[in-house]
Every structure is written in structure tokens, then in C-alpha cells.
Design a protein around this ligand. Structure first.
Ligand SMILES: [Zn+2]
Ligand SMILES: [Zn+2]
Length: 375
């Protein structure tokens, strides 16, 4: 028998850690488990040993023995942190973690969308088929769009300096403006190479390969950063790739980081990612828990000796809904993303849920999953 994966959420403020171990076969009989050399040692009925090693920064109490509870092919251990000696705990509880060794994780952003350099000449190509969508454009202004409320921002973009002034006039984007959100660029539609794009409703498709590249507004073409690549014209008159297309998942994370940067703490934050096509598809993300951290066994393929490492995984509650009519509550920040971004994020979330026993995968009508917020 082998350990396929292990994930441990540590919550210093709640004085609890949950350790979930996924086994290669269900309903195994286990002998008593013990803590040896900062590892949890499991032994099956045939006396085969499996070791789960904790990083040195997390101190386990040596020689502790306990009886693990098996749920299908998972073991779930609730580990109280620093329970005073002699205090009774339930049979599933294991007093193995030393609170004094724990410190909390800090979150830092992992990147930003590409910004062209003012004055340089650029070419934009479809990431799928290399068809040239915008040829030889240079920008005089490269400006961020206001965060959130994306659709309003794109159609009603205005100068921040003079917002609210009586003399304020709505600024019409110029062909030399490059506006950008967290996962898309907004350019004037007149820059497009003739015949390079087709529109079906709001969606704009590459004429050559029919892949979805963005959304067409009244004056602005909004192009997802995972749909195009940027090349820059060098001094020797040769085009050089300045920015390759992101993957839809990278584009989702850019949006997520941008959303989380709006406030110091992301716990308690509620985010809604909405299909930019207005199809009513939403992914809701709730950040829950205290400022704890997670250990996990990483991308390893399993085995009888696994190491837990500090990871950037954070627990989230998530839900995918198709609801055109349902209003998003006011405490939820909304972000427009592409269908591909939504699907790739959901695939990661669903996959991460499988690290938990079936009984631990839902809470309050949401699914429980993990997203990586640091590398
Ligand atoms: Zn194409
Ligand atoms: Zn103004």
C-alpha cells in the first residue's frame, strides 16, 4: 500500500491542523500509528510501513502513538496544536504539533499582465494560428482600467483625475491608447487588420482558426491575454516575440492576484468570476479560515515515504453556477473572465477536492478546494 497524496491545513489561531492522507487502496487495516523522527509512521496489517515526513519548521511530538481512522481510501487526522499535557482528546485527535514552531504565511502577487513600452512598434498575433490581428501599432498611452466592474470600465472609461467635476468629459480612447485590465487588453477596434476577426454576438473569433480571442465592444476590442502573443519591432527591423500568450490558467491567476491585492487580508473575501460573454456562468470563490498555511506532498506520484512541504495552497469554498437572473450580493467583488479561464480554474479546484475524503469535500452548499497563492 502507498500514500498517493497528503495535504495538511494548519490553523494556528484555531489551534487545529487537519491532515488528509489519500491511500492507494480503500479500507486498509492499519496498526497503531506513531511519530518517529518528525514523521508520522503508518503500518498496515502486513507490517508494511509508510512514512510521512514533516518539514523541520513544524515540530512533531516524538513517540506519540495513535489509532488512525480510515474513511474509504482516506485517513483524516485532526491534530490539536499544543494541547497541554494530560488533557484528554477524542480518539481521532492526535496531539502532534508544537504551536511555538508555527508562523503564518504571507501572500505575495505572482505577476502582472504584459504592458507594451510607449513608442515601440508592436504586432499582435492569434496565439493559436499566428494570424496577424494588429500590425505595426505604437502606443502613446498605456493605462490600467479601474479594477472590477469590468464591463462598465470598458464602455465608460474616464479620466480619474477629473471624475465628478462639472467640466468632466468622457474620454474617447484613441488609436494610440493601450488600456489593460488584469487579464485582457482593450484597444480601439480601428487598429484591427481588416478581415482578421469575425464576431458572433459579443464574442470575437479569429477569422483564420475560429478560436475565441476576446470581446467586441462599441469602440474597444477587449482581447484576453491567453489569446494573443505580442511581438516588438527591433532596431534591425526584425520582429521579436515580446510576450507569449499566457495559458488560460495563468490568466485566471493574474485576475485572482489582482483581486486579492485590493485588500490586505484575503480571508473572508468573496469573489465572483463571470463569463465575459454574459452567458450567466459564474464561478464563486469564498476565502475562508484564519491566516493559517498548508503543507502538501506536491506533485509526487506517491510512495511509501512522502515529504510534506510548506505550500502556497489556500483553502477556498467554490461553486459554479449558471444564473443570469441571480444578483451578485454587494459584498462580492465581480470580475469578467473568459470561458477558458473559468474552465481551467474549475479543473484545478475539482482536482484539488480529490485530495480530501468525500465527506470533507462540501461545506455550506459549496465545494471545498485549494488554490495556489504562492509558488
Ligand atoms: Zn487564429
Ligand atoms: Zn477628466
Amino acid at each position: 500500500m502507498e500514500i498517493i497524496s497528503a495535504i495538511c491545513e494548519v490553523h494556528p489561531q484555531l489551534r487545529i491542523a487537519n491532515l488528509y492522507i489519500r491511500l492507494s487502496s480503500p479500507n486498509t487495516t492499519l496498526n497503531a500509528a506513531s511519530v518517529v523522527d518528525n514523521s508520522i509512521c503508518l503500518e498496515d496489517g502486513a507490517n508494511a510501513r509508510m512514512l510521512l515526513e514533516f518539514p523541520v519548521s513544524i515540530k512533531l511530538l516524538d513517540n506519540y502513538k495513535f489509532k488512525p481512522v480510515i474513511d474509504g481510501d482516506y485517513i483524516h487526522l485532526r491534530m490539536p496544536i499544543g494541547v497541554p499535557k494530560g488533557m484528554k482528546s477524542g480518539s481521532e485527535n492526535v496531539e502532534v504539533l508544537d504551536l511555538s514552531a508555527l508562523s503564518t504565511n504571507t501572500y505575495k502577487s505572482q505577476g502582472k499582465i504584459f504592458c507594451p513600452i510607449i513608442g515601440k512598434e508592436y504586432r499582435l498575433q492569434c496565439a493559436e494560428c499566428q494570424s496577424v490581428l494588429v500590425d505595426r501599432v505604437h502606443f502613446k498611452r498605456v493605462l490600467p482600467l479601474p479594477r472590477a466592474s469590468w464591463s462598465e470600465a470598458a464602455s465608460d472609461w474616464y479620466c480619474h483625475l477629473h471624475a465628478g467635476e462639472a467640466s468632466h468629459q468622457k474620454l474617447v480612447p484613441r488609436t494610440t491608447d493601450c488600456l489593460y485590465g488584469s487579464c485582457y487588453h482593450a484597444l480601439t477596434a480601428s487598429l484591427l487588420t481588416k478581415g482578421s476577426l469575425e464576431s458572433t454576438g459579443k464574442e470575437s473569433l479569429c477569422s483564420k482558426c475560429q478560436s475565441s480571442v476576446g470581446l467586441m465592444g462599441d469602440d474597444l476590442w477587449n482581447v484576453w491575454c491567453h489569446s494573443i502573443k505580442w511581438s516588438v519591432l527591433e532596431d534591425n527591423n526584425q520582429w521579436k516575440v515580446a510576450q507569449d500568450a499566457a495559458t488560460p490558467l495563468q490568466a485566471f491567476y493574474l485576475t485572482l492576484y489582482d483581486a486579492l491585492e485590493e485588500e490586505k487580508s484575503f480571508f473572508g473575501r468573496k469573489l465572483a468570476f463571470r463569463d465575459g460573454l454574459g452567458g450567466g456562468q459564474n464561478v464563486l470563490l469564498w476565502f475562508v479560515g484564519d491566516n493559517g498555511f498548508t503543507l502538501d506532498s506536491g506533485e509526487s506520484v506517491g510512495g511509501t515515504e512522502l515529504q510534506l512541504r510548506r505550500s502556497g495552497l489556500h483553502k477556498v469554498l467554490y461553486k459554479s453556477e449558471n444564473s443570469i437572473s441571480k444578483k451578485i450580493p454587494s459584498d462580492v467583488s465581480e470580475y469578467q473572465v473568459s470561458r477558458e479561464m473559468m474552465e481551467s480554474a474549475l479543473a484545478v479546484l475539482r482536482n484539488s477536492s480529490n485530495q480530501l475524503p468525500i465527506g470533507c469535500r462540501t461545506a455550506a452548499g459549496f465545494s471545498v478546494g485549494f488554490l495556489s497563492l504562492a509558488s
